[in-house]
Design a binder for this molecule. Sequence first.
Ligand code: TMP
Ligand code: ASP
Length: 237
Amino acid sequence: MEKKELLTKGKAKELYKTADETKLVMDFTDDTSAFDGKKIEQLAGKGTVNNRFNNFIMNYLEKKGVACHLLEELNDHESLVLNLDMFPIECVVRNYAAGSICKRLGLEEGKKFEHPIFEFFYKDDDLGDPMINDNHIVAFGWANRDEIRILEDLTLEINKFLIELFDSADLILVDFKLEFGKNNGQIYLGDEFTPDGCRVWDKDTKEKLDKDRFRLGLGDVVESYQEIAHRIGINLT
Ligand code: TMP
Ligand code: ASP
């Protein structure tokens, strides 16, 4: 489907309109951003890995019964997706302590939680994506209580499916972020699931293979994304 004018430009993706207003082209760029856009670099090949990675994960989740926005892979860095009305919310689930929860609650990185922790964040870089709860979401009219329950249940269900997938490749799924939207009253998984939006460690060495390599300046960012992809069976060629 022919790509028309740019609709929105995110930090690592661009969304384009098409002749069909219900469909968009999602273009994964090589731009890599961290710390709410304060650190940005171009990493050759990242767009391609992320496009293929996201499509593999969304196809896997669809097979498990999760409705996803992906319609069709168009080329190595672009895919056709359903045009969703997005909730301005980030749904995060954490299986192990890492990242912002360590700072917020004084936890040591690497502790496995007794139960996955679900958290909502407000998607706003200028505010540093602050943590919010159900009451904020209802009060601001972003979603109703039933939708909030669905977002939480879906995220925790997806966590179970993805833990299974990563564990079988000797990888630990530490945490991740999802974004959802609506089309015709139905909730779909939108945005992306790639190593840009999750933490993945090697099971034996605990080596970080996700965007923390970029945040922490550890190098080999795209190579590590490729390593995860290879291990879970994604064909990058
Ligand atoms: P955090 O530790 O910074 O709160 O992030 C938790 C997980 O969610 C981590 O895998 C990164 C991901 N995430 C994003 O991809 N984008 C975001 O804006 C936020 C807040 C988290
Ligand atoms: N996703 C945010 C950014 O790109 C936060 C992060 O990943 O550190 O700036």
